[in-house]
Design a protein around this ligand. Structure first.
Ligand code: GLC
Ligand code: CA
Length: 531
């Protein structure tokens, strides 16, 4: 594997949702000053990179995924000087900074669109998709038609997401130049990477009904990210994840992206976004293991994750987030983050955050779940709808970080935060976790310390053991004579016999060293088998 790829195995990325991480000026909204004040927290966890969800100027109809100026910071988050200070402080601590790159759409308030919508003759008109009649019957991801009428020109424009997020026309070479220049602007400032929002959407084929993964996708990605000066810039894309498309996007000779997210294991435990279904952790294991094998055989990077700002909490869907919350959170972290790939931790995951429950819609903000409500009210009984939204809303993971158990949870000095705290924030907060006999945060610290110390856990080959066994995930990581065994038991107590014996390095319960065999529910352990 080329060095610029293999070096990525040393990353541990901490994803920050800036609105909800830490508020530094008392307006109830997290901001860059808040992130800066918590950099040591991130470093102490063992992360060495942060991915900042969008902080660019934006009317915030999709919490910043509707950008109105790619080269400026939204005033709710601070100023460009605050950003520069954050970047410098991160680099001083050896923390890389990854920005969100939102290129499928702008905000309807972006200057390009403001001009484009006024006249067919404006040079910016061709920066977007227009048609006299909707070209397709596509629905917007957030509900309603994906085509919106525009009075001044008498045309419809495409918005795959909210009405305020018009899709940008990447067939226009000027558009591609603009985005390349935006990347260069941030690289010039010293940022280390980009997380590319719904990047596969930038090429479409209306005739064939392709909303994404269109015929020019790869040449477009290369035009922006394949340039020589970006060789050492880390990139991770949200893109279609068939084996074929991953190879085409992330192959080391492709000059496109370093990695893409695979989300298929995150559908376990639900059907669509809002309906729970029975789950088995074995399903998660099988999917993850399949990608592990595939990426390892093809020398591709794999992303290790269970949570982000677009999904409710993983342990609430696939595990026991009540009596066994500590066990589940630490077990899942061990099973996923010691695998071969790049760990992505989402803020709050490291203290075992779990889903909320609210009695009415006023506690929600997410444009997606509110759109779902609008589309279904009257069709689905009100109480059921509310249950579904509690289960599936993206707000579950977007609630302000609870640093402690005080009324403001150490997040803000404002009377109320922009979005209500999680309904279990009195129970689940950092201070409570650290004070508990068993701390999820401290376990994460040990886990990432081990990953740092043991090269086999970063660069090593991965082999699944006991592939036929149920309700457990057991694998070996090996590198130049170093051999580590990771044993993660899932839901039921069972004996895992026949595993090689080794020296115990880490466990989430009180496992006596060398006591292989019986495992409690969600017990996990890491052994050193090195001779
Ligand atoms: C991605 C983002 C999500 C956003 C959408 C539209 O899926 O992660 O939060 O709503 O793109 O930009
Ligand atoms: Ca603030």
């Amino acid at each position: 594997m080329r060095k610029e790829f293999s070096d990525c195995y040393d990353l541990v990325v901490y994803q920050i949702y800036p609105r909800s991480f830490m508020d530094s000026n008392g307006d109830g909204i997290g901001d860059l000053g808040g992130v800066l004040s918590r950099l040591d927290y991130v470093k102490d966890l063992g992360a060495n990179a942060i991915w900042l969800c969008p902080i660019f100027k934006s009317p915030q109809c999709d919490n910043g995924y509707d950008v109105s100026d790619y080269r400026d910071i939204d005033p709710i988050y601070g100023t460009m000087a605050d950003f520069d200070a954050l970047l410098a402080a991160a680099h001083e601590r050896g923390i890389k900074v990854i920005m969100d790159f939102v290129a499928n759409h702008t905000s309807s308030e972006h200057e390009w669109f403001q001009r484009a919508r006024l006249s067919k003759n404006d040079p910016y008109h061709d920066y977007y998709y227009w048609a006299d009649e909707p070209l397709t019957d596509w629905r917007s991801e957030f509900g309603g038609s994906a085509w919106e009428f525009n009075e001044p020109t008498g045309e419809y424009y495409l918005h795959s997401f909210a009405v305020g997020q018009p899709d940008v026309n990447w067939t226009n070479p000027k558009v591609r130049e603009e985005y390349a220049a935006i990347v260069d602007f941030w690289v010039g400032k010293g940022v280390d990477g980009f997380r590319c929002d719904v990047l596969d959407h930038v090429s479409k084929d209306f005739k064939k009904g392709l909303r994404r993964n269109g015929p020019h996708l790869h040449e477009y990605i290369r035009e922006v990210f394949g340039r020589d000066h970006l060789t050492n810039i880390y990139t991770v894309g949200e893109a279609e994840t068939t084996e074929e498309s991953i190879l085409a996007t992330c192959g080391q000779d492709r000059r496109e992206l370093k990695s893409v997210f695979q989300f298929s294991h995150l559908m376990v435990g639900r059907q669509g976004k809002y309906t729970p279904v029975p789950h088995r952790m074995d399903e998660v294991k099988d999917i993850v293991e399949g990608w592990e094998r595939f990426t390892q055989e093809r020398d591709l990077l794999y992303i290790l994750l269970t949570d982000n700002h677009d999904r409710p909490w993983f342990i609430s869907r696939t595990g026991n987030d009540r009596a066994l919350r500590y066990e589940c959170a630490t077990n899942v972290a061990t099973a996923i983050f010691l695998q071969r790939g790049i760990p992505f931790v989402y803020e709050g995951q490291e203290i075992g955050c779990a889903n909320s429950h609210f009695p009415d819609l006023s506690a929600f903000n997410d444009v997606e779940c509110l759109g779902y409500y609008e589309e279904n009210k009257g069709k689905i009984p009100e109480a059921t709808l509310l249950e579904q939204i509690n289960f599936g809303s993206r707000d579950n993971t977007r609630r302000p970080f609870a640093w402690d158990g005080t009324p403001n949870h150490g997040f803000t000095t404002a009377a109320a935060p922009w979005l209500p705290y999680a309904s279990r924030a009195d129970e689940i907060n950092l201070a409570a976790d650290l004070a508990a006999e068993r701390s999820i945060y401290r376990y994460y610290q040990q886990l990432f310390a081990l990953r740092r110390e043991r090269v086999a856990l970063r660069r090593g080959k991965s082999t699944q053991l006991l592939p036929e066994s149920k309700d457990c995930y057991v694998y070996l990581r090996e590198h130049e004579g170093e051999r580590l065994l990771v044993v993660c038991n899932f839901e039921r107590a069972q004996s895992l016999d026949g595993l090689p014996e080794g020296r115990l390095l880490l466990t989430n319960l009180d496992r006596a060293a060398g006591a292989n065999g019986a495992y409690a529910p969600f017990e996990c352990a890491v052994y050193d088998l090195t001779k």
